[in-house]
Design a protein around this ligand. Structure first.
Ligand SMILES: *Cc1c(COP(=O)(O)O)cnc(C)c1O
Length: 437
């Protein structure tokens, strides 16, 4: 059954690929290996992984320290039930994360991926109020948000072509504009103030009280690498705090150095009530996620009452292999501090080289840089120019995956000077070629 059948130049007959329109899909490229920032293809080519393999890789592929940690752990304890039983890798990881995150965040709840970490945060926030005897039925989220593909995560994400078919099944969420900004933007303070006024007014309405506001801090990822200012995040915290609503920060993408600090909340100096982490948590080796709750949230669940218990868990909760990978990854994170703190300056230098006739909204936050191509198309995710770039990028030896007409970099911290130069120069060439038709 698993023998490859059909033609080698067609997609495999037994695989259903994610985020891929089936009819007319290009044949996926077979990857035979990866080291550092490079991915090796079966056809002999290699490409620089400019997007960290969908934002998960931190220190380069096949990093020996993480590989060794997983190997060693697999020979000791590969997995065990995590209710009524515990183990050292999970407890060490929980302590290490609590130590790195803002002070109030103390309690680490394990799950498997970004979407489940968001589900957990939403359920905790809702039940937090229920356990205190309050009915707070509403979540507030941001336009353009992406929080994952499970139902709760879809509900708080932006309404889009991805979620449209399930619209009837999603719980109602109220949305606010996200005051994104870019280099040279002069309207941001005004737009931030408008959002905050609206938020303040909404939180003051006693009917339909708000359980929590959920946000991707500093950078909205899948929504197009839209960036907001640290100041806005601080104001968001102040306004939610004042009104008594919880703040959930979805740092699934922004965690572990991406914004130039260990966490976006650290960069902005903000203490959320709940934070979601996944993607880079294992350095890109294994699926693992955590939702970290403040002492205040946890307190509301401390009870003998079964109705106040958080009845949630996954088969592979706190998988020891994932925890071992994460512990090795956290050590590497500390060692790579100068790299992720220094990358924004390089990105800004690159953005200055872009032709403003061809590009718009240059922006950078830590290790992430983005800009939009000016096109005659509709813009946004389904803009065809993205597909054109996707096809041509390999000829430049780069793996880029534009979000519609938005091109972005989010490289691993293993990127060498030569690879960085190749990434920047190749992208400038691509922009000019695409603009030239
Ligand atoms: C990717 C992402 C998720 C979903 O994570 P998965 O591991 O793909 O389920 C959630 N939130 C944000 C901000 C993300 O970038």
């Amino acid at each position: 059954m698993s023998e490859r059948s059909g033609r080698a130049d067609e997609p495999h007959p037994n695989v259903w690929f994610p985020f891929t329109t089936i009819e007319g899909m290009p044949t996926p490229l077979t990857v035979v290996g990866a080291r550092g920032s490079r991915i090796f293809l079966q056809d002999g080519r290699s490409v620089i992984d400019c997007i960290s393999s969908w934002w998960v890789n931190l220190f380069g592929h096949a990093h020996p320290r993480i590989a060794d940690a997983i190997h060693g752990q697999a020979l000791e304890l590969e997995h065990v039930i995590f209710a009524g039983f515990t183990h050292e890798p999970a407890e060490r990881l929980a302590a290490a994360l609590a130590n790195m995150l803002p002070d109030a965040l103390e309690r680490v709840f394990f799950s498997d991926d970004g979407s489940t970490s968001v589900e957990v945060a939403l359920k905790m926030a809702y039940q937090y109020w229920a356990n205190r005897g309050e009915h707070r039925p509403t979540f507030l989220a941001f336009e353009g948000a992406y929080h994952g593909d499970t139902f709760g995560a879809m509900a708080v994400g932006a309404e889009s072509a991805f979620t449209g078919v399930f619209g009837d099944l999603l719980f109602a969420v109220e949305r606010m504009p996200f005051p994104d900004t870019w280099i040279g933007d002069e309207t941001v303070e005004e737009r931030e103030a408008a959002v905050l006024d609206r938020l303040r007014a909404r939180l003051a309405v006693p009917e339909r009280p708000v359980a929590a506001v959920i946000a991707e801090p500093l950078v909205q990822g899948a929504g197009g690498m839209r960036m907001c200012r640290d100041e806005f995040l601080r104001q968001l915290r102040a306004v939610t705090e004042e009104a008594g609503a919880l703040l959930i920060l979805d740092e699934v993408m922004t965690g572990f150095g991406r914004t130039g600090a260990r966490f976006a909340c650290e960069r902005a100096g903000v203490e959320p009530d709940l934070v979601c982490l996944s993607k880079g948590i294992t350095g890109g080796f294994l699926p693992l996620a955590v939702t970290v709750a403040s002492a205040r949230v946890y307190e509301a669940f401390v009870s003998r009452d079964a109705a106040k218990t958080f009845w949630h868990g996954h088969s592979y909760t706190a998988n020891p292999l994932g925890c071992a990978a994460a512990l090795a990854s956290l050590e590497l994170l500390v060692e790579h501090e100068p790299v992720f703190r220094g990358m924004e300056a390089h990105h800004r230098g690159f953005l200055e080289r872009l032709d403003p006739e061809l590009t718009a909204r240059p922006r950078a936050c830590g290790t992430i840089a983005a800009f939009d191509l000016r096109t005659d198309g509709p813009g946004g995710y389904f803009d065809g120019v993205g597909d054109l770039i996707k096809r041509r990028t390999l000829d430049k030896g780069l793996l880029l995956r534009p979000l519609g007409n938005t091109i972005y970099f989010m490289p691993p911290y293993s990127l060498t000077d030569a690879e960085r130069t190749a990434m920047y120069d190749g992208t400038i060439e691509l922009v000019e070629e695409v603009a030239g038709g």
